[in-house]
Write a new protein. Structure first.
Length: 505
C-alpha cells in the first residue's frame, strides 16, 4: 500500500516506466501507444540496465495456454521488489486483462491497475487514481472508446512504423478468443490512415506496415469491398514512402484486386504473411475457417503468377481437436505445395471460452509433439531450399537496428530485403545508418537468413537514416519525442519481418 508520504515523494521525483509486451503485432503497437501516453504524462522510460522502474506495465496476450502462467509468474517475481520500493506501481493490460478482469487482483493483490484492450488511453489516469485512493483500479471498457490512432505514440523505430487501419475481428474461429476480447471490426477512414502515413513519412519513416486483426477485411465496416486494394494503391502515391507491407490477411478476403494492387504498386513489397492454420478441409471446417485447401493453394498460385519473387509465410496449428493422421498429412501436403519461406507453427492451445475447448477428441500431448516436430523439420528443409534460390542475386537491403545479434563479433550489419528476408552483410567502409539502403550480392543461404560476404555494391543514404541519426543524437537523459505510430515486430526489428500474428488470423 502506498502511503501519503510516498505519494509526495513521487510527485517531486521524475518517475520511470517499463513496458513488457507479449503477443501479436497489435500488442506491440499498443505498447508504443502506452509509452507515448506515459511520456505525455511526464514519465521517463527506465534504462534497459536499470534495476527497476517506478511503473511496470504488462501488455498481455490471451491466445496461448501458458499466457496466464507467464503473467502470474512475472507478477510474483515483482512482489518483493514492489515491497522494497515505496511508490512503485504495477499495471496489467491487454487481452488477458480484458478476459480475467477482477481475477488478476485476487491472485496478485499487489497489482495497482487492470485495464482492457478498449481503454488503453486511461492508463495514466488510472495510475494516478490508484496512487491517490491507495487501492487497485480495475477498469475494463466493453467497447472501443476512441480509435487508438488518436493517442500519442512513442515509436521504437525512426525509419519504420505500424499504421493501424482497423481494430477487432468479425470472424468466429472456434480456437480463437481474440474477437471476444478485441470486439467487432471497426475501420478507420481512408483519409485518416493516409494522413497518418504522410505525417510519418514527413518525419523520416520510409517503411510502413498496415496493421489489422484481419487486415484485408478492411472496408467491411465502411461498405467498400475493394477498400483495401484502393488503400494499397493510395499508399503507392505517397512520395518518400519506399516500402509498404501489411499483416495479417485472411484467405477468405484475399481477392484478385488485392493481388493486382500488390503487383502493380511498386512500393508494396513482394511479401505475404497469410495464415493457413490447417491443410485439412475437415479440420478447417471444425475450426470454422471459411476456405478450404484448394482455395488457399489457388491464392498462392495467383500470388506467385503475379509476383514470382514473392516470399510467403504462414501460421499453422498442429493438434486441433479431432485431427487425425490423415488430416495432418493434408497439412504437410499443403506446406509442400505452398513452399512457404517461413512458417510459424503452434501446438494447439486449449483456451477456456472458445468452442474448441469443449470439443471431444482432444489430441494427446505426445501425438501433438511428434506431429509438430515433423512439420517443423519439413518447413526447415523448405525454408533452406527457398533461401538457396537467393544465392547469386543482388538485393536492396534496408539497414536495420538490432536484427543481427552477432553483428559486432562478425563485423557485419543486418537488414531486410524487399521480400523481408533477413540479410547479414559485410560492414562497408563508409558509415551507414539504420534506414539507409545498401545493395549487396547474396553469397550464402541458411534456413532463416542470407549472407552477403563480399563488398557492398552501393550505399544510399536516406531521409530515414537522417531521422535515425537525429533521434540518436539527442541527449541520453532527455525523453525522446512522442511521435506517431512502430516496432521491433515481436522481435524482428523494423524493417518488419513476416511475423506470426496471434495464430488466430
Amino acid at each position: 500500500m502506498t502511503s501519503s508520504s510516498d505519494r509526495s515523494h513521487d510527485v517531486r521525483s521524475p518517475k520511470t516506466y517499463s513496458i513488457r509486451t507479449y503477443g501479436c503485432q497489435m500488442n506491440v503497437h499498443d505498447s508504443e501507444r502506452l509509452s507515448g501516453l506515459l511520456e505525455d504524462a511526464g514519465y521517463v522510460r527506465a534504462p534497459k540496465d536499470a534495476d527497476g522502474a517506478d511503473v511496470v506495465v504488462f501488455n498481455t496476450c490471451a491466445v496461448r495456454e501458458n499466457a496466464d502462467n507467464r503473467l502470474y509468474g512475472n507478477l510474483g517475481q515483482l512482489a518483493p521488489k514492489k515491497a522494497a520500493r515505496p511508490g512503485m506501481q504495477i499495471a496489467v493490460g491487454g487481452c488477458l486483462a480484458q478476459k480475467d478482469r477482477d481475477i488478476i487482483v485476487k491472485k496478485a493483490p499487489w497489482v495497482d491497475v487492470v485495464f482492457g484492450t478498449h481503454n488503453i488511453g486511461k492508463l495514466p489516469v488510472l495510475l494516478e487514481r490508484a496512487r491517490v485512493q491507495e487501492e487497485a483500479q480495475v477498469e475494463i471498457a466493453e467497447s472501443l472508446e476512441a480509435f487508438p490512432s488518436t493517442l500519442p505514440t512513442r515509436r521504437e523505430s525512426a525509419y519504420a512504423a505500424w499504421v493501424s487501419i482497423s481494430v477487432g475481428c468479425n470472424n468466429t474461429c472456434t480456437f480463437c478468443i481474440v474477437p471476444a476480447l478485441r470486439g467487432k471490426e471497426k475501420d478507420r477512414r481512408p483519409g485518416d490512415i493516409l494522413a497518418e502515413v504522410e505525417a510519418l513519412v514527413a518525419e523520416g519513416v520510409s517503411e510502413i506496415t498496415l496493421l489489422g486483426q484481419n487486415v484485408n477485411a478492411y472496408g467491411s465496416d465502411i461498405g467498400d469491398r475493394e477498400a483495401f486494394s484502393k488503400l494499397l494503391r493510395a499508399c503507392g502515391k505517397v512520395e518518400g514512402l519506399e516500402r509498404v507491407r501489411f499483416t495479417s490477411p485472411h484467405p477468405r478476403d484475399f481477392t484478385d484486386d488485392v493481388i493486382a494492387a500488390m503487383a502493380e504498386t511498386p512500393n508494396v513489397m513482394p511479401q505475404l504473411h497469410m495464415p493457413l492454420q490447417s491443410g485439412s478441409d475437415r479440420v478447417l471446417k471444425a475450426m470454422r475457417r471459411s476456405y478450404r485447401q484448394e482455395r488457399f493453394l489457388g491464392i498462392i498460385e495467383k500470388v506467385r503468377a503475379a509476383m514470382p519473387d514473392a516470399a510467403i509465410s504462414t501460421d499453422i496449428i498442429v493438434g486441433f481437436p479431432g485431427e487425425t493422421e490423415e488430416d495432418f498429412e493434408q497439412t504437410l501436403h499443403t506446406v509442400r505445395e505452398s513452399r512457404f519461406a517461413q512458417a510459424f507453427t503452434f501446438q494447439y492451445s486449449k483456451r477456456p471460452g472458445t468452442p474448441a475447448a469443449d470439443m471431444e477428441d482432444q489430441i494427446p500431448k505426445a501425438v501433438v509433439q511428434e506431429r509438430y516436430e515433423r512439420l517443423v523439420a519439413l518447413q526447415e528443409e523448405i525454408s533452406w531450399e527457398e533461401n538457396k534460390k537467393q544465392v547469386g542475386r543482388t538485393l536492396e537491403v534496408m539497414v536495420a537496428e538490432g536484427e543481427g545479434r552477432k553483428d559486432d563479433a562478425t563485423h557485419r550489419l543486418s537488414g531486410r530485403a524487399p521480400d523481408s528476408r533477413l540479410v547479414h552483410f559485410t560492414r562497408p567502409d563508409e558509415a551507414v545508418r539504420p534506414g539507409d539502403i545498401v545493395t549487396v550480392d547474396i553469397t550464402y543461404a541458411a534456413p532463416h537468413h542470407l549472407l552477403a560476404e563480399g563488398p557492398t555494391r552501393t550505399v544510399r543514404r536516406t531521409r530515414a537514416g537522417d531521422a535515425w541519426e537525429k533521434r540518436n543524437a539527442a541527449p541520453a537523459d532527455k525523453p525522446k519525442g512522442v511521435l506517431l505510430g512502430l516496432p521491433t515486430i515481436g522481435a524482428p526489428a523494423p524493417a518488419p519481418a513476416p511475423t506470426a500474428g496471434c495464430g488466430c488470423d
